[in-house]
Design a protein around this ligand. Structure first.
Ligand SMILES: C[S@@+](CC[C@H](N)C(=O)[O-])C[C@H]1O[C@@H](n2cnc3c(N)ncnc32)[C@H](O)[C@@H]1O
Ligand code: SF4
Length: 451
């Protein structure tokens, strides 16, 4: 959903907030029966995504699928439905497969109490009985909603990664985005999870928010660095007020323009580079000893709806409202509104709303786009061998489009490599291979900007 098509098509897939060209489009042709058939046949390792959609109050920039509530009974009710969805999944797919990855995303997963999180994890482990010892278990955390008991529950159950939502440390910006979160509060949360043994800490920041400038973001990034996260996710603010009412609170005149955003991104790359981080895939920076960085270097970094990962090839099951699952040849999304979600489960069906079956062209384009966005390079010979096509012939028109960006990559018969500046424009480069995005831009329906 990179700020355009997929944002609209998937409306916040998976846990890591990001939008990008995907080369696929949901279609009504993919039926529930076909989905069940795929589930029954699946045999790969598993990656699980749980969507925990509740938040206490609205951050005005937020583009995630969120339900604002103060009532505990809403969360209890939702937990009950998640449990039933898990029981249904046990009927329809092999849940004895090895789980190599699990992510709690939101909303704010830690808006659920320690007791609720514990019950959820126990239920999950009673259905998915084969968690790999080295499984990557991660949770998104809003530092304003984290206590010691929750941290204990997560770590005692093997969670080894957390991602903190920070966005910006500048008080003026925080006021504008309706998210007051002091540096000290974030620091306490980071210290707490580290005390309990979490080794991998990610921090989310957003550039492009109202009142931000290069100077203000420099300060934010410097403060962020003081907390020494293992990874930064630095997202470009996707402004889609026609889809998200909360964004209408902003005065658009206060939003920094594309030039400032590009300056900020360049600054992030240089500043983090000087401080031991490297850009790993779009929006992400990791320390050089991080496994994502190592994977980038050996070309094995992969991207799915969980974000960047080294766990290539697992079947992703999306569980909960709006969640998206992904297999080699399909995507499947759950209902996005609570009544339909509950209704399906009450009727004994998985809450599947729609999906996509990938045809040959979709699959080929997906492979090209994912490789560019994960590894900033493409093994052309590898693609030709895997798909039995002549790359330069098959993508003749796409390559013409790409040539607009000729200063940002090099290409020969074996490979395509994006250069340092091109990395900052990777969405634009990857978009050249996305036929659905092209269709949308031709129809002048490109939904938000790329920088
Ligand atoms: C589900 S939220 C994070 C968890 C938690 N609710 C929090 O805010 O701390 C995931 C991340 O999405 C990012 N995000 C949300 N809306 C965005 C938007 N419109 N543009 C870019 N990033 C966005 C934020 O960085 C946020 O931390
Ligand atoms: S707390 Fe996170 S999910 Fe909730 S509104 Fe704010 S950014 Fe969105």
């Amino acid at each position: 959903m990179r700020d355009y098509k997929a944002f609209v098509k998937f409306s916040k897939p998976g846990p890591r907030y990001t939008s990008y060209p995907t080369a696929v489009e949901f279609s009504k042709d993919f039926s529930y029966e076909q989905y069940l058939q795929i589930l029954r046949q699946q045999s790969k390792d598993l990656s699980l995504y749980f969507h925990l959609p509740f938040c206490r109050s609205a951050c005005y920039f937020c583009g995630c699928n969120v339900i604002y509530t103060s009532k505990d009974e809403n969360k209890e009710r939702y937990l009950g439905y998640l449990f039933k969805e898990l029981d249904l999944l046990e009927k329809f797919t092999n849940t004895k497969r090895k789980v190599v990855q699990m992510h709690f995303g939101g909303g704010t997963p830690t808006f659920f109490s320690a007791n609720q999180l514990q019950r959820l994890i126990e239920k999950i482990k009673s259905i998915f009985v084969n968690f790999d010892k080295k499984a990557e278990l991660s949770c998104e955390i809003d530092p304003r909603f984290l206590n010691e008991e929750q941290t204990k529950v997560l770590t005692e159950n093997g969670f080894n990664r957390v991602s903190f939502g920070v966005q910006d440390f500048d008080e003026r910006v925080q006021k504008e985005i309706h998210r007051i979160q002091s540096f000290e509060l974030t620091q306490e949360a980071v210290n707490l999870v580290r005390t309990y043994g979490i080794k991998s800490v990610n921090m989310d920041l957003i550039y492009g928010l109202p009142l931000q400038s290069l100077k203000s973001f420099e300060n934010t990034l410097k403060k962020g660095l003081e907390l020494d996260p293992d990874r930064f996710a630095i997202f470009s603010y996707a402004h889609v007020p026609w889809l998200k009412k909360n964004m209408r609170k902003f005065n658009e005149k206060d939003l920094p323009g594309p030039n400032i955003k590009l300056e900020i991104l360049e600054f992030c790359e240089h500043f983090l580079g000087e401080n031991g981080y490297e850009m790993v895939g779009m929006d992400h920076f990791a320390k050089k000893d991080d496994e994502l960085f190592k994977a980038l270097k050996n070309g094995s970094l992969h991207r799915n709806f969980q974000g960047y990962t080294t766990k290539k090839g697992a079947d992703l099951l999306g569980i909960g409202l709006t969640s998206i699952g992904e297999g080699q040849r399909h995507y499947a999304q759950n209902f996005k509104d609570m009544p339909s979600y509950e209704n399906a489960i009450d009727n004994g069906s998985l809450p599947f709303e729609r999906g996509i079956l990938l045809d040959f062209d979709d699959e080929l384009r997906k492979a090209v786009i994912m490789s560019l966005m994960a590894n900033f390079s493409l093994d052309i010979k590898g693609v030709e061998a895997r798909f039995g096509v002549s790359f330069f012939e098959y993508f003749r028109k796409d390559l013409e489009l790409l040539s607009e960006y000729k200063h940002f990559y090099t290409v020969d018969k074996d490979s395509l490599k994006v250069n340092e500046t091109g990395v900052l424009l990777i969405r634009n480069l990857a978009m050249c291979f996305d036929k659905y995005m092209k269709k949308l831009s031709e129809e002048k329906k490109v939904f938000s900007k790329t920088v």
